[in-house]
Design a protein around this ligand. Sequence first.
Ligand SMILES: Cc1cc2nc3c(=O)[nH]c(=O)nc-3n(C[C@H](O)[C@H](O)[C@H](O)COP(=O)(O)OP(=O)(O)OC[C@H]3O[C@@H](n4cnc5c(N)ncnc54)[C@H](O)[C@@H]3O)c2cc1C
Length: 512
Amino acid sequence: MLSDDQTPNSLINRPVFRQVIIIGAGTAGLSAAYQLKKSGFKNVLILEGQDRVGGRILTNYLDDSFSKPLDMGACWIHGLENNPVYELVQREQFPSHTGTILTYDIGMCVDENGNEIPNSLHVEVDQFFESLAQDIRDLFQLDSINNNQTSLVDKRLISESFQKVFSEKFQKFLNLNGGDGETRRLKLKLLQRRFDQETGECGCNSMDQVSHYEFGSYQRPKGPDLEFPCGYGSLIRYLRSLIPENWLCFEKFVENISWYNNDQRIKIECATGERYECDHCIVTIPLACLKWNYKSLFTPALPAWKTEAIHKLDMGTVDKIYLFYDNLDFIKGDSLAIIYDKDDNIDIKKEWYKKIFLFMKVYDNVLLGWITGDEAIYCEDLDETYIGDVLTNVLRKSLKNSSIPKPNKVIRTQWFSNPCSRGSYSYVPVGATSKQHIKDLSRPLYVNNVPKLLFAGEATHKNYYSTVHGAYITGQQQAENLIKFIKNDEKLARQSAKDMLTKVIFDISEPP
Ligand SMILES: Cc1cc2nc3c(=O)[nH]c(=O)nc-3n(C[C@H](O)[C@H](O)[C@H](O)COP(=O)(O)OP(=O)(O)OC[C@H]3O[C@@H](n4cnc5c(N)ncnc54)[C@H](O)[C@@H]3O)c2cc1C
Protein backbone atom coordinates (compact mmCIF):
# COMPACT_ATOMS: atom_id res chain seq x y z
CA MET A 1 0.00 0.00 0.00
CA LEU A 2 1.23 3.53 -0.75
CA SER A 3 1.86 5.86 2.18
CA ASP A 4 0.65 9.48 1.90
CA ASP A 5 3.94 10.86 0.62
CA GLN A 6 4.19 8.07 -1.93
CA THR A 7 0.70 8.74 -3.35
CA PRO A 8 1.06 9.63 -7.03
CA ASN A 9 -0.01 13.20 -7.91
CA SER A 10 -2.74 11.86 -10.14
CA LEU A 11 -4.40 10.32 -7.09
CA ILE A 12 -3.96 13.35 -4.78
CA ASN A 13 -5.54 15.61 -7.38
CA ARG A 14 -8.35 13.25 -8.23
CA PRO A 15 -11.56 15.26 -8.23
CA VAL A 16 -14.23 14.57 -5.64
CA PHE A 17 -17.38 13.12 -7.27
CA ARG A 18 -20.95 13.68 -6.10
CA GLN A 19 -24.22 12.92 -7.86
CA VAL A 20 -25.45 16.49 -7.24
CA ILE A 21 -23.41 19.59 -6.42
CA ILE A 22 -25.14 22.78 -5.29
CA ILE A 23 -23.24 26.04 -5.66
CA GLY A 24 -24.02 28.48 -2.85
CA ALA A 25 -25.27 27.93 0.70
CA GLY A 26 -27.75 30.82 0.81
CA THR A 27 -31.50 30.27 1.18
CA ALA A 28 -31.94 28.71 -2.30
CA GLY A 29 -28.96 26.37 -1.91
CA LEU A 30 -30.00 25.20 1.56
CA SER A 31 -33.60 24.74 0.50
CA ALA A 32 -32.51 22.64 -2.53
CA ALA A 33 -30.26 20.55 -0.27
CA TYR A 34 -33.11 19.99 2.19
CA GLN A 35 -35.38 18.71 -0.61
CA LEU A 36 -32.70 16.30 -1.82
CA LYS A 37 -32.10 15.07 1.73
CA LYS A 38 -35.85 14.52 2.26
CA SER A 39 -35.97 12.45 -0.93
CA GLY A 40 -33.23 10.15 0.29
CA PHE A 41 -30.27 11.55 -1.66
CA LYS A 42 -26.94 10.82 0.00
CA ASN A 43 -24.38 11.84 -2.55
CA VAL A 44 -24.66 15.65 -2.45
CA LEU A 45 -22.24 18.52 -1.79
CA ILE A 46 -22.69 22.27 -1.38
CA LEU A 47 -19.76 24.43 -2.49
CA GLU A 48 -19.94 27.79 -0.70
CA GLY A 49 -17.58 30.63 -1.59
CA GLN A 50 -17.62 32.27 1.85
CA ASP A 51 -16.82 30.92 5.31
CA ARG A 52 -20.47 30.92 6.42
CA VAL A 53 -23.95 29.87 5.36
CA GLY A 54 -26.80 32.31 4.67
CA GLY A 55 -25.59 34.42 1.74
CA ARG A 56 -27.63 37.61 1.79
CA ILE A 57 -29.03 36.68 5.20
CA LEU A 58 -26.64 37.63 7.98
CA THR A 59 -27.76 38.34 11.53
CA ASN A 60 -25.56 39.87 14.23
CA TYR A 61 -26.82 39.98 17.82
CA LEU A 62 -26.59 42.80 20.37
CA ASP A 63 -26.74 40.39 23.29
CA ASP A 64 -25.38 36.96 24.19
CA SER A 65 -28.85 35.42 24.49
CA PHE A 66 -29.61 36.09 20.76
CA SER A 67 -32.75 38.05 21.65
CA LYS A 68 -31.68 41.35 20.06
CA PRO A 69 -30.98 40.64 16.40
CA LEU A 70 -29.48 43.10 13.96
CA ASP A 71 -30.06 41.89 10.42
CA MET A 72 -27.42 43.03 7.94
CA GLY A 73 -29.38 41.59 5.00
CA ALA A 74 -32.99 40.41 4.88
CA CYS A 75 -35.16 41.30 7.89
CA TRP A 76 -38.82 41.02 6.82
CA ILE A 77 -41.08 38.18 5.87
CA HIS A 78 -42.89 39.89 2.99
CA GLY A 79 -46.53 38.79 3.29
CA LEU A 80 -47.90 35.72 5.02
CA GLU A 81 -50.46 33.84 2.93
CA ASN A 82 -48.89 30.78 1.26
CA ASN A 83 -45.47 32.15 2.13
CA PRO A 84 -43.35 29.04 2.83
CA VAL A 85 -41.02 31.01 5.06
CA TYR A 86 -43.91 32.15 7.25
CA GLU A 87 -45.29 28.60 7.26
CA LEU A 88 -41.93 27.36 8.59
CA VAL A 89 -41.91 30.05 11.28
CA GLN A 90 -45.31 28.92 12.45
CA ARG A 91 -44.68 25.20 12.18
CA GLU A 92 -41.31 25.30 13.91
CA GLN A 93 -42.32 27.97 16.44
CA PHE A 94 -39.20 30.07 16.03
CA PRO A 95 -38.52 32.06 19.20
CA SER A 96 -39.88 35.60 19.05
CA HIS A 97 -38.26 38.75 20.35
CA THR A 98 -39.51 42.13 21.42
CA GLY A 99 -37.64 44.26 18.86
CA THR A 100 -39.50 46.93 16.93
CA ILE A 101 -41.62 45.71 14.03
CA LEU A 102 -40.16 47.54 11.07
CA THR A 103 -42.24 49.52 8.59
CA TYR A 104 -41.48 52.35 6.18
CA ASP A 105 -43.93 54.68 7.96
CA ILE A 106 -42.56 58.17 8.46
CA GLY A 107 -42.63 59.37 12.07
CA MET A 108 -41.09 62.79 11.49
CA CYS A 109 -40.31 64.56 8.22
CA VAL A 110 -37.99 67.59 7.95
CA ASP A 111 -36.01 69.35 5.27
CA GLU A 112 -32.23 69.61 5.43
CA ASN A 113 -32.44 73.08 7.04
CA GLY A 114 -34.57 71.87 9.90
CA ASN A 115 -38.04 72.93 8.76
CA GLU A 116 -40.66 70.40 9.75
CA ILE A 117 -42.85 69.17 6.85
CA PRO A 118 -46.54 68.90 7.77
CA ASN A 119 -47.72 65.33 8.12
CA SER A 120 -50.62 65.96 5.74
CA LEU A 121 -48.23 66.78 2.85
CA HIS A 122 -46.11 63.63 2.91
CA VAL A 123 -49.17 61.48 3.59
CA GLU A 124 -50.86 63.02 0.51
CA VAL A 125 -47.83 62.33 -1.71
CA ASP A 126 -47.33 58.81 -0.34
CA GLN A 127 -51.01 57.94 -0.82
CA PHE A 128 -50.98 59.20 -4.40
CA PHE A 129 -47.84 57.17 -5.05
CA GLU A 130 -49.30 54.04 -3.47
CA SER A 131 -52.51 54.23 -5.47
CA LEU A 132 -50.54 54.49 -8.76
CA ALA A 133 -48.35 51.57 -7.68
CA GLN A 134 -51.45 49.50 -6.89
CA ASP A 135 -52.95 50.38 -10.31
CA ILE A 136 -49.95 48.99 -12.12
CA ARG A 137 -49.94 45.80 -9.98
CA ASP A 138 -53.66 45.34 -10.75
CA LEU A 139 -53.10 45.97 -14.45
CA PHE A 140 -50.31 43.40 -14.57
CA GLN A 141 -52.46 40.83 -12.77
CA LEU A 142 -55.41 41.44 -15.07
CA ASP A 143 -53.15 41.21 -18.07
CA SER A 144 -51.73 37.88 -16.87
CA ILE A 145 -55.24 36.51 -16.39
CA ASN A 146 -56.18 37.70 -19.90
CA ASN A 147 -53.01 36.23 -21.35
CA ASN A 148 -51.49 39.63 -22.12
CA GLN A 149 -54.47 40.73 -24.19
CA THR A 150 -55.61 43.64 -21.98
CA SER A 151 -56.16 46.60 -24.27
CA LEU A 152 -54.68 48.97 -21.68
CA VAL A 153 -51.27 47.45 -22.18
CA ASP A 154 -49.84 49.52 -24.95
CA LYS A 155 -46.22 49.44 -26.06
CA ARG A 156 -45.47 52.66 -24.22
CA LEU A 157 -46.28 51.14 -20.84
CA ILE A 158 -43.89 48.29 -21.49
CA SER A 159 -40.97 50.39 -22.67
CA GLU A 160 -41.26 53.30 -20.23
CA SER A 161 -39.59 53.64 -16.87
CA PHE A 162 -41.51 53.68 -13.62
CA GLN A 163 -40.14 57.14 -12.76
CA LYS A 164 -41.07 58.72 -16.11
CA VAL A 165 -44.68 57.51 -16.06
CA PHE A 166 -45.14 58.36 -12.37
CA SER A 167 -43.59 61.84 -12.76
CA GLU A 168 -45.93 62.66 -15.64
CA LYS A 169 -48.96 61.52 -13.66
CA PHE A 170 -47.73 63.47 -10.65
CA GLN A 171 -47.45 66.65 -12.74
CA LYS A 172 -51.11 66.25 -13.70
CA PHE A 173 -51.98 65.66 -10.06
CA LEU A 174 -50.05 68.83 -9.09
CA ASN A 175 -51.89 70.87 -11.70
CA LEU A 176 -55.11 70.02 -9.88
CA ASN A 177 -53.89 69.74 -6.28
CA GLY A 178 -50.51 71.50 -6.24
CA GLY A 179 -51.26 74.50 -4.01
CA ASP A 180 -48.95 77.55 -4.05
CA GLY A 181 -45.43 77.56 -5.53
CA GLU A 182 -43.70 76.63 -2.26
CA THR A 183 -46.14 73.76 -1.58
CA ARG A 184 -45.61 72.41 -5.13
CA ARG A 185 -41.83 72.49 -4.67
CA LEU A 186 -42.20 70.64 -1.38
CA LYS A 187 -44.47 68.01 -2.93
CA LEU A 188 -41.92 67.43 -5.71
CA LYS A 189 -39.17 66.93 -3.13
CA LEU A 190 -41.42 64.52 -1.25
CA LEU A 191 -42.02 62.62 -4.48
CA GLN A 192 -38.24 62.39 -5.03
CA ARG A 193 -37.84 60.96 -1.51
CA ARG A 194 -40.60 58.46 -2.26
CA PHE A 195 -38.80 57.42 -5.46
CA ASP A 196 -35.62 56.96 -3.41
CA GLN A 197 -37.55 54.81 -0.93
CA GLU A 198 -38.85 52.72 -3.80
CA THR A 199 -35.24 52.12 -4.97
CA GLY A 200 -34.86 50.46 -1.56
CA GLU A 201 -37.87 48.24 -2.24
CA CYS A 202 -36.77 47.40 -5.79
CA GLY A 203 -33.02 47.17 -5.21
CA CYS A 204 -31.97 49.62 -7.94
CA ASN A 205 -30.08 52.91 -8.29
CA SER A 206 -32.97 54.94 -9.71
CA MET A 207 -36.61 54.28 -10.51
CA ASP A 208 -35.70 55.42 -14.02
CA GLN A 209 -34.18 51.97 -14.47
CA VAL A 210 -37.26 49.99 -13.44
CA SER A 211 -39.81 48.96 -16.06
CA HIS A 212 -43.14 50.64 -15.29
CA TYR A 213 -45.21 47.72 -16.52
CA GLU A 214 -43.03 45.00 -14.96
CA PHE A 215 -43.16 46.77 -11.60
CA GLY A 216 -46.49 44.93 -11.41
CA SER A 217 -44.89 41.52 -11.91
CA TYR A 218 -43.54 41.61 -8.35
CA GLN A 219 -46.25 40.17 -6.16
CA ARG A 220 -46.54 39.91 -2.43
CA PRO A 221 -48.27 37.10 -0.59
CA LYS A 222 -51.28 38.61 1.21
CA GLY A 223 -50.83 39.94 4.74
CA PRO A 224 -48.45 42.34 6.47
CA ASP A 225 -44.65 42.38 6.47
CA LEU A 226 -43.38 40.80 9.65
CA GLU A 227 -39.93 41.15 11.10
CA PHE A 228 -38.39 37.69 11.24
CA PRO A 229 -38.60 36.42 14.83
CA CYS A 230 -35.17 36.47 16.44
CA GLY A 231 -33.50 37.54 13.19
CA TYR A 232 -33.39 35.83 9.79
CA GLY A 233 -30.25 33.98 10.91
CA SER A 234 -32.55 31.59 12.80
CA LEU A 235 -34.06 30.43 9.48
CA ILE A 236 -30.58 29.70 8.16
CA ARG A 237 -29.55 27.85 11.35
CA TYR A 238 -32.73 25.81 11.09
CA LEU A 239 -32.23 24.89 7.40
CA ARG A 240 -28.60 24.02 8.09
CA SER A 241 -29.67 21.67 10.89
CA LEU A 242 -31.78 19.68 8.39
CA ILE A 243 -28.91 18.67 6.14
CA PRO A 244 -25.83 16.57 6.89
CA GLU A 245 -22.95 18.75 8.04
CA ASN A 246 -20.55 16.94 5.70
CA TRP A 247 -22.50 18.18 2.67
CA LEU A 248 -21.16 21.70 3.34
CA CYS A 249 -17.78 22.83 2.01
CA PHE A 250 -16.77 26.39 2.87
CA GLU A 251 -14.39 28.82 1.15
CA LYS A 252 -14.85 27.03 -2.15
CA PHE A 253 -15.34 29.92 -4.55
CA VAL A 254 -16.30 28.29 -7.85
CA GLU A 255 -14.41 29.73 -10.82
CA ASN A 256 -15.36 27.37 -13.62
CA ILE A 257 -18.15 24.93 -14.41
CA SER A 258 -17.42 22.75 -17.42
CA TRP A 259 -20.84 21.34 -18.16
CA TYR A 260 -20.62 19.65 -21.56
CA ASN A 261 -18.12 16.79 -21.52
CA ASN A 262 -17.77 13.50 -23.39
CA ASP A 263 -17.93 11.48 -20.17
CA GLN A 264 -21.21 13.28 -19.25
CA ARG A 265 -19.71 14.57 -16.02
CA ILE A 266 -19.76 18.21 -14.98
CA LYS A 267 -16.31 19.39 -13.86
CA ILE A 268 -16.07 22.19 -11.34
CA GLU A 269 -12.97 24.15 -10.42
CA CYS A 270 -12.60 26.34 -7.34
CA ALA A 271 -10.33 29.36 -6.80
CA THR A 272 -8.35 27.24 -4.33
CA GLY A 273 -7.55 24.74 -7.11
CA GLU A 274 -9.76 21.90 -5.81
CA ARG A 275 -11.72 20.07 -8.47
CA TYR A 276 -15.11 18.41 -8.19
CA GLU A 277 -17.26 16.37 -10.54
CA CYS A 278 -20.96 15.66 -10.57
CA ASP A 279 -23.85 14.46 -12.71
CA HIS A 280 -26.04 17.50 -12.01
CA CYS A 281 -25.30 20.98 -10.67
CA ILE A 282 -27.73 23.45 -9.07
CA VAL A 283 -26.34 26.98 -9.47
CA THR A 284 -27.62 29.53 -6.91
CA ILE A 285 -24.99 32.21 -7.54
CA PRO A 286 -26.61 35.70 -7.34
CA LEU A 287 -27.54 37.38 -10.63
CA ALA A 288 -25.01 40.20 -10.16
CA CYS A 289 -22.17 37.65 -9.73
CA LEU A 290 -23.34 35.88 -12.89
CA LYS A 291 -23.19 39.23 -14.68
CA TRP A 292 -19.59 39.77 -13.54
CA ASN A 293 -18.35 36.24 -14.14
CA TYR A 294 -20.52 34.28 -16.56
CA LYS A 295 -17.96 34.38 -19.39
CA SER A 296 -15.24 32.67 -17.37
CA LEU A 297 -17.64 30.71 -15.15
CA PHE A 298 -19.17 28.45 -17.80
CA THR A 299 -17.44 26.20 -20.36
CA PRO A 300 -18.69 25.98 -23.04
CA ALA A 301 -20.26 29.46 -23.16
CA LEU A 302 -23.90 29.64 -22.12
CA PRO A 303 -26.47 29.70 -24.95
CA ALA A 304 -27.47 33.15 -26.21
CA TRP A 305 -30.95 33.07 -24.58
CA LYS A 306 -29.38 32.48 -21.16
CA THR A 307 -26.78 35.26 -21.50
CA GLU A 308 -29.48 37.60 -22.77
CA ALA A 309 -31.48 36.95 -19.59
CA ILE A 310 -28.36 37.61 -17.48
CA HIS A 311 -27.75 40.87 -19.37
CA LYS A 312 -31.31 42.13 -19.43
CA LEU A 313 -32.29 41.52 -15.80
CA ASP A 314 -30.54 43.56 -13.15
CA MET A 315 -29.59 43.67 -9.51
CA GLY A 316 -28.71 46.82 -7.56
CA THR A 317 -27.37 47.74 -4.15
CA VAL A 318 -29.22 48.47 -0.93
CA ASP A 319 -27.09 48.95 2.18
CA LYS A 320 -27.83 49.56 5.84
CA ILE A 321 -26.02 52.02 8.11
CA TYR A 322 -26.46 51.24 11.81
CA LEU A 323 -25.67 54.10 14.24
CA PHE A 324 -25.29 53.20 17.94
CA TYR A 325 -26.02 55.80 20.67
CA ASP A 326 -26.70 55.87 24.43
CA ASN A 327 -30.29 56.80 23.57
CA LEU A 328 -32.31 58.28 20.71
CA ASP A 329 -34.16 60.98 22.66
CA PHE A 330 -33.26 63.52 19.95
CA ILE A 331 -35.68 61.90 17.47
CA LYS A 332 -39.44 62.18 17.92
CA GLY A 333 -41.42 59.11 16.82
CA ASP A 334 -40.08 55.89 15.32
CA SER A 335 -38.49 57.22 12.17
CA LEU A 336 -37.11 60.30 10.46
CA ALA A 337 -37.23 61.28 6.78
CA ILE A 338 -35.10 64.20 5.56
CA ILE A 339 -35.86 65.80 2.20
CA TYR A 340 -33.13 67.58 0.25
CA ASP A 341 -32.53 69.96 -2.60
CA LYS A 342 -30.99 67.70 -5.24
CA ASP A 343 -30.17 68.46 -8.83
CA ASP A 344 -29.57 65.90 -11.54
CA ASN A 345 -25.79 66.36 -11.43
CA ILE A 346 -25.42 65.45 -7.80
CA ASP A 347 -21.78 65.12 -6.63
CA ILE A 348 -21.92 61.75 -4.89
CA LYS A 349 -18.59 62.28 -3.12
CA LYS A 350 -20.01 65.30 -1.28
CA GLU A 351 -23.71 64.46 -1.16
CA TRP A 352 -23.96 60.66 -0.87
CA TYR A 353 -25.97 60.98 2.37
CA LYS A 354 -28.85 62.60 0.42
CA LYS A 355 -29.80 59.14 -0.84
CA ILE A 356 -30.63 57.92 2.69
CA PHE A 357 -34.39 57.81 2.35
CA LEU A 358 -35.23 56.97 5.97
CA PHE A 359 -33.71 56.65 9.43
CA MET A 360 -35.53 54.09 11.59
CA LYS A 361 -35.26 53.40 15.29
CA VAL A 362 -34.63 49.67 15.51
CA TYR A 363 -33.89 49.67 19.26
CA ASP A 364 -34.08 52.55 21.69
CA ASN A 365 -30.36 53.18 21.11
CA VAL A 366 -29.86 52.03 17.51
CA LEU A 367 -30.74 54.06 14.42
CA LEU A 368 -30.80 52.46 10.96
CA GLY A 369 -30.26 54.51 7.79
CA TRP A 370 -31.19 52.97 4.42
CA ILE A 371 -29.07 53.91 1.39
CA THR A 372 -29.23 52.64 -2.20
CA GLY A 373 -27.56 52.64 -5.58
CA ASP A 374 -24.36 54.49 -6.54
CA GLU A 375 -24.38 56.37 -3.25
CA ALA A 376 -24.51 53.08 -1.32
CA ILE A 377 -21.61 51.72 -3.39
CA TYR A 378 -19.61 54.90 -2.69
CA CYS A 379 -20.42 54.66 1.02
CA GLU A 380 -19.13 51.06 1.15
CA ASP A 381 -15.56 52.37 0.79
CA LEU A 382 -15.86 55.14 3.39
CA ASP A 383 -14.42 54.86 6.88
CA GLU A 384 -17.23 54.12 9.36
CA THR A 385 -16.12 56.88 11.78
CA TYR A 386 -16.21 59.36 8.90
CA ILE A 387 -19.75 58.19 7.99
CA GLY A 388 -20.74 58.81 11.64
CA ASP A 389 -19.23 62.35 11.51
CA VAL A 390 -21.03 63.29 8.29
CA LEU A 391 -24.37 61.95 9.55
CA THR A 392 -23.95 63.78 12.88
CA ASN A 393 -23.71 67.08 10.97
CA VAL A 394 -26.74 66.14 8.84
CA LEU A 395 -28.83 65.25 11.91
CA ARG A 396 -27.71 68.34 13.88
CA LYS A 397 -28.65 70.66 10.99
CA SER A 398 -31.92 69.04 10.00
CA LEU A 399 -33.12 68.63 13.60
CA LYS A 400 -31.76 72.07 14.61
CA ASN A 401 -30.02 70.51 17.57
CA SER A 402 -26.27 71.09 17.87
CA SER A 403 -25.97 68.87 20.94
CA ILE A 404 -26.79 65.60 19.14
CA PRO A 405 -23.84 63.36 20.06
CA LYS A 406 -21.65 61.47 17.64
CA PRO A 407 -22.60 57.79 17.48
CA ASN A 408 -20.58 55.45 19.72
CA LYS A 409 -20.25 53.02 16.84
CA VAL A 410 -21.20 52.78 13.16
CA ILE A 411 -21.70 49.60 11.12
CA ARG A 412 -22.50 49.79 7.42
CA THR A 413 -23.04 46.82 5.17
CA GLN A 414 -21.02 46.19 2.00
CA TRP A 415 -23.21 44.00 -0.19
CA PHE A 416 -21.76 45.36 -3.43
CA SER A 417 -18.09 44.93 -2.44
CA ASN A 418 -18.66 41.30 -1.50
CA PRO A 419 -17.58 39.14 -4.50
CA CYS A 420 -20.21 36.57 -3.43
CA SER A 421 -23.14 38.99 -3.78
CA ARG A 422 -22.08 42.07 -5.84
CA GLY A 423 -25.28 43.78 -4.77
CA SER A 424 -28.48 43.23 -2.82
CA TYR A 425 -31.44 42.00 -4.87
CA SER A 426 -32.82 41.88 -8.38
CA TYR A 427 -35.46 43.83 -10.31
CA VAL A 428 -36.88 43.89 -13.84
CA PRO A 429 -35.45 46.86 -15.74
CA VAL A 430 -36.83 48.70 -18.77
CA GLY A 431 -36.43 46.42 -21.78
CA ALA A 432 -36.75 43.17 -19.84
CA THR A 433 -39.79 41.05 -19.07
CA SER A 434 -40.45 38.57 -16.29
CA LYS A 435 -42.28 36.30 -18.72
CA GLN A 436 -39.30 35.94 -21.02
CA HIS A 437 -36.12 36.81 -19.15
CA ILE A 438 -36.83 35.48 -15.65
CA LYS A 439 -38.18 32.32 -17.27
CA ASP A 440 -34.99 31.99 -19.31
CA LEU A 441 -32.80 32.67 -16.29
CA SER A 442 -34.49 29.82 -14.45
CA ARG A 443 -34.50 27.33 -17.39
CA PRO A 444 -32.15 24.35 -16.90
CA LEU A 445 -29.50 23.46 -19.47
CA TYR A 446 -29.80 19.94 -20.85
CA VAL A 447 -27.18 17.70 -22.41
CA ASN A 448 -28.62 14.68 -24.26
CA ASN A 449 -31.99 15.33 -22.58
CA VAL A 450 -30.41 15.22 -19.12
CA PRO A 451 -30.76 18.36 -16.95
CA LYS A 452 -27.15 19.22 -16.24
CA LEU A 453 -27.22 22.82 -14.96
CA LEU A 454 -30.23 23.96 -12.94
CA PHE A 455 -30.62 27.57 -11.82
CA ALA A 456 -32.20 28.73 -8.55
CA GLY A 457 -32.06 31.85 -6.37
CA GLU A 458 -34.25 34.89 -5.81
CA ALA A 459 -33.70 36.34 -9.31
CA THR A 460 -35.19 33.20 -10.90
CA HIS A 461 -38.70 33.55 -9.41
CA LYS A 462 -41.03 35.36 -11.80
CA ASN A 463 -43.14 37.03 -9.09
CA TYR A 464 -41.22 36.72 -5.84
CA TYR A 465 -37.82 37.87 -7.14
CA SER A 466 -35.73 39.84 -4.62
CA THR A 467 -37.08 37.95 -1.60
CA VAL A 468 -36.13 35.16 0.77
CA HIS A 469 -39.35 33.26 0.05
CA GLY A 470 -38.62 33.55 -3.70
CA ALA A 471 -35.15 32.08 -3.13
CA TYR A 472 -36.56 29.32 -0.90
CA ILE A 473 -39.22 28.30 -3.45
CA THR A 474 -36.83 28.22 -6.42
CA GLY A 475 -34.32 26.04 -4.53
CA GLN A 476 -37.12 23.65 -3.61
CA GLN A 477 -38.55 23.61 -7.16
CA GLN A 478 -35.26 22.98 -8.96
CA ALA A 479 -34.43 20.17 -6.53
CA GLU A 480 -37.90 18.66 -7.09
CA ASN A 481 -37.46 18.84 -10.88
CA LEU A 482 -34.15 17.06 -10.58
CA ILE A 483 -35.52 14.44 -8.19
CA LYS A 484 -38.38 13.72 -10.61
CA PHE A 485 -35.95 13.37 -13.49
CA ILE A 486 -33.52 11.11 -11.60
CA LYS A 487 -36.27 8.86 -10.22
CA ASN A 488 -37.82 8.54 -13.66
CA ASP A 489 -34.40 7.87 -15.16
CA GLU A 490 -33.71 5.17 -12.56
CA LYS A 491 -37.10 3.59 -13.29
CA LEU A 492 -36.29 3.59 -17.01
CA ALA A 493 -32.83 2.16 -16.30
CA ARG A 494 -34.37 -0.61 -14.17
CA GLN A 495 -36.93 -1.28 -16.90
CA SER A 496 -34.29 -1.46 -19.60
CA ALA A 497 -32.11 -3.77 -17.45
CA LYS A 498 -35.18 -6.01 -17.09
CA ASP A 499 -35.78 -5.85 -20.84
CA MET A 500 -32.15 -6.72 -21.50
CA LEU A 501 -32.39 -9.69 -19.16
CA THR A 502 -35.55 -10.92 -20.87
CA LYS A 503 -33.80 -10.47 -24.19
CA VAL A 504 -30.75 -12.46 -23.06
CA ILE A 505 -32.91 -15.28 -21.68
CA PHE A 506 -34.87 -15.34 -24.91
CA ASP A 507 -31.61 -15.43 -26.89
CA ILE A 508 -30.30 -18.30 -24.83
CA SER A 509 -33.50 -20.27 -25.19
CA GLU A 510 -33.36 -19.90 -28.96
CA PRO A 511 -32.22 -22.97 -30.82
CA PRO A 512 -28.60 -22.69 -31.97
C1 LIG B 1 -29.78 44.70 2.70
C2 LIG B 1 -30.73 43.63 2.28
C3 LIG B 1 -32.02 43.61 2.78
C4 LIG B 1 -32.91 42.62 2.38
N1 LIG B 1 -34.16 42.60 2.95
C5 LIG B 1 -35.00 41.57 2.65
C6 LIG B 1 -36.21 41.40 3.37
O1 LIG B 1 -36.49 42.15 4.30
N2 LIG B 1 -37.02 40.36 3.04
C7 LIG B 1 -36.72 39.49 2.02
O2 LIG B 1 -37.51 38.57 1.74
N3 LIG B 1 -35.55 39.62 1.33
C8 LIG B 1 -34.68 40.62 1.63
N4 LIG B 1 -33.47 40.71 1.02
C9 LIG B 1 -33.19 39.80 -0.11
C10 LIG B 1 -32.82 38.40 0.38
O3 LIG B 1 -31.81 38.49 1.33
C11 LIG B 1 -32.36 37.58 -0.82
O4 LIG B 1 -33.34 37.63 -1.83
C12 LIG B 1 -32.13 36.10 -0.48
O5 LIG B 1 -31.45 35.95 0.73
C13 LIG B 1 -31.33 35.50 -1.64
O6 LIG B 1 -31.09 34.12 -1.43
P1 LIG B 1 -30.32 33.30 -2.57
O7 LIG B 1 -30.13 31.94 -2.06
O8 LIG B 1 -30.99 33.52 -3.86
O9 LIG B 1 -28.91 34.06 -2.72
P2 LIG B 1 -27.76 34.22 -1.64
O10 LIG B 1 -28.32 34.30 -0.28
O11 LIG B 1 -26.93 35.37 -2.10
O12 LIG B 1 -26.95 32.86 -1.77
C14 LIG B 1 -26.01 32.64 -2.78
C15 LIG B 1 -24.80 31.95 -2.16
O13 LIG B 1 -23.85 31.69 -3.20
C16 LIG B 1 -22.55 31.95 -2.71
N5 LIG B 1 -21.71 32.21 -3.89
C17 LIG B 1 -21.73 33.28 -4.72
N6 LIG B 1 -20.82 33.12 -5.71
C18 LIG B 1 -20.24 31.92 -5.49
C19 LIG B 1 -19.23 31.18 -6.18
N7 LIG B 1 -18.68 31.62 -7.32
N8 LIG B 1 -18.84 29.99 -5.67
C20 LIG B 1 -19.41 29.48 -4.54
N9 LIG B 1 -20.37 30.13 -3.84
C21 LIG B 1 -20.78 31.34 -4.33
C22 LIG B 1 -22.74 33.15 -1.81
O14 LIG B 1 -21.69 33.27 -0.88
C23 LIG B 1 -24.08 32.83 -1.15
O15 LIG B 1 -23.91 32.11 0.05
C24 LIG B 1 -32.53 41.65 1.43
C25 LIG B 1 -31.22 41.65 0.94
C26 LIG B 1 -30.33 42.63 1.35
C27 LIG B 1 -28.91 42.59 0.84
